[in-house]
Design a protein around this ligand. Structure first.
Ligand SMILES: Nc1ncnc2c1ncn2[C@@H]1O[C@H](COP(=O)(O)OP(=O)(O)OP(=O)(O)O)[C@@H](O)[C@H]1O
Ligand SMILES: [Mg+2]
Length: 284
């Protein structure tokens, strides 16, 4: 769906290259995440692919065609929700969606259902200027997907949302994937990346340092260690066992058989640990 090769980009009036020799590809039906700290180049990369920024070097192929060769028709096939919602604040939620619907060939006939899905049905007649940031984010999200595009770009889709609303959006993203859509999202939220992404790219200072599945990164960089806590003479005791050949470890089985076990945990790394280890940077 997307192939990027040797992508370089510098903002006008800036002497610093924002994107440096980036390579990645995104397959159909995949949720691909760009994970990196503030200023890493996540939004810039998305804006280049979407066509909101011009003047790049390298190859950016979207839906089988070089980005430069696409005209406006690409917007029928892609959906974009950025972290600064661009909505008509003097119109109501429903009026916004109706107006935006008129721009597309594929016209949504389920506006109320979509509003209901993100908990905005009862606010549909309220002007958007009276919406909270979270409400705007949710409306902006439906705005991006209502013409049912094949490929979607979400920039920090859960930023500013409380846990309940963040979950609504995350579940919708998972459902979009289940219906065959391809999703490219950016985040600096490790949990979002872990929960949603099939693959993540770590990006720092305009460069990608690794692309892999979250689970495989966490396993590769974690300790092959199992932590056991159990009671011995009324006291909590902690023991560690190598996961290698744990099935043959008699000490381990003796404890399991004879002690009161309180906790058992394998010690795979969190995505955050892996990020810090590989990039030397925190994800703030
Ligand atoms: N309009 C602009 N003009 C000049 N430089 C810019 C512009 N927008 C971004 N930059 C610079 O480009 C680099 C990448 O910024 P970008 O917005 O892509 O980062 P990001 O990873 O999306 O960060 P955040 O997590 O804060 O959204 C940064 O060094 C930033 O200062
Ligand atoms: Mg950004």
């Amino acid at each position: 769906m997307i192939t990027v090769k040797g992508l370089d980009f510098t903002y006008q009036k800036s002497n610093k290259q924002a994107i440096k020799e980036i390579d990645f590809d995104i397959k159909q039906g995949e949720i691909f995440g760009f994970l990196g700290p503030s200023g890493a180049g996540k939004t810039t990369t998305q804006r280049l692919i979407i066509g909101l920024l011009r003047g790049y070097e390298g190859k950016v192929e979207v839906l089988g065609k070089e980005r430069r060769l696409w005209g406006k028709e690409i917007y029928e096939n892609i959906g974009v929700a950025f972290d600064f919602p661009n909505l008509y604040i003097k119109l109501t939620g429903e009026e916004n969606l109706k107006l935006i619907r008129s721009y597309y060939k594929n016209k949504a006939d389920n506006i109320h259902q979509l509003l209901d899905k993100v908990g905005l049905l009862s606010d549909k007649d309220k002007k958007v200027e009276g919406y909270s940031k979270g409400m705007k984010m949710r409306l902006n999200f439906i705005r991006a997907i209502m013409h049912e595009p094949e490929l979607m770009f979400f920039d920090e889709p859960t930023s500013g949302l409380d846990p309940v609303n963040a979950k609504i959006i995350k579940d919708m993203i998972v459902n979009l994937k289940a219906s065959g859509k391809t999703i490219f999202l950016t985040t600096h939220n490790m949990t979002v990346a872990e929960q949603l992404c099939d693959r993540v790219a770590f990006i720092v200072d305009g460069k990608i340092s690794v692309i892999d599945e979250p689970k495989s990164l966490m396993l590769k960089h974690g300790k092959r260690d199992l932590k056991l806590e159990y009671l011995e003479e009324g006291k909590l005791v902690e023991s560690h066992f190598d996961l290698q050949n744990i099935g043959q470890n008699n000490n381990f089985f003796e404890i399991l058989k004879h002690k009161q076990i309180k906790t058992i945990h394998s010690q795979e790394a969190t995505l955050e640990d892996v990020f810090i280890k590989l990039t030397g940077r925190e994800l703030l």
